[in-house]
Design a protein around this ligand. Structure first.
Ligand code: PAF
Length: 282
């Protein structure tokens, strides 16, 4: 596996693959890779001739009081895992390579509507940071397809919308959530949990499952969600949001069938997110 940190070298390496007629699959990450990331690499490996992963802890998507400095940086271990997973090229640039004029002077990409509410409400500017860096990575790599995890459901919706709005010829592939045996969705932030919090953390997924069953049985939405919030508080979480949306993140109406439960909640200082798709009864 080739590892590059400079843009000219990246462009040169990719041009050679394109001249040879190879398709390119992109897996953007912030590193500290776990099996959820490796599922993205495996999906890209199945679909494309060349797999390019990126590792970049993107400062633009972190709020001033968030965990940019604490975010785990584990490049050596990540390289080994990517290589074992069959990745062909890793692009791991510095912030100065991506944002040479600094964040304040940087052109930004903003995706309206779908970036609002949910994580967009509690993390102002977060999705502008994601959309900006992902657009940049799309331009640098020019992939045929790119794989993103469904755990970040709103992020995936934002990226799908930006690709549609900017007419980018890139197929966006959503990859199912990978969970630990107890149901906790894999996340680099799970490493922040102490033993007691780790033992409580599966309650997030368990709550979504209970709510899904109730909603599919026709229980009223508002009361069911309130029960879910209470259940999360009992398990030691401070819920940020717990919402039912249509699968496209629009509001749920009389005719909505494909829907998704989305939750974000804090366990101590750690913010966890999860979601569960469901079919609402007629
Ligand atoms: O999901 C992530 O790891 C990040 O938000 C992404 C898509 C790599 C952009 O920095």
């Amino acid at each position: 596996m080739q590892t590059l940190d400079a843009i000219p070298a990246l462009r040169e390496a990719l041009a050679a693959h394109r001249r040879a007629g190879r398709t390119i699959g992109l897996v953007p990450t912030m590193g500290n890779l776990h099996d959820g990331h490796l599922a993205l690499v495996a999906e890209a490996r199945r679909r494309a001739d060349v797999v390019v992963a990126t590792i970049f802890v993107n400062p633009m998507q972190f709020g001033p009081d968030e965990d940019l400095d604490a975010y785990p940086r584990t490049l050596a271990e990540d390289r080994a895992r990517l290589e074992a997973a069959g990745c062909d090229l890793l692009f791991a640039p510095d912030p100065a390579t991506i944002y040479p004029r600094g964040l304040d002077a940087q052109t930004r990409v903003s995706v309206p509507e779908v970036s609002e509410g949910l994580c967009g409400a509690s993390r102002p500017g977060h999705f502008d940071g994601v959309a900006t860096v992902v657009t940049m990575l799309f331009h640098l790599v020019q992939p045929d397809l790119a794989c993103f995890g469904e755990k970040d459901y709103q992020q995936l919706a934002v990226i799908r919308r930006l690709v549609a709005d900017l007419h980018l010829p890139i197929e966006i592939v959503g990859v199912p959530i990978v969970r630990d045996a107890d149901g906790l969705a894999l996340s680099s932030r799970n490493g922040y949990l102490d033993a007691d919090q780790r033992a409580r953390a599966p309650a997030l997924h368990a709550t979504l499952r209970v709510l899904r069953e109730a909603l599919q049985a026709g229980e009223p939405v508002a009361a069911t969600l309130e029960t879910g919030r209470a259940r999360l508080r009992e398990a030691g979480f401070a819920p940020d949001y717990l919402e039912l949306r249509a699968a496209d993140l629009g509001p749920v109406g009389e005719t909505t069938r494909d829907a998704v439960l989305l939750a974000a909640a804090r366990l101590g200082p750690t913010r966890l997110i999860d979601n569960l798709s469901l079919t609402l009864p007629r």
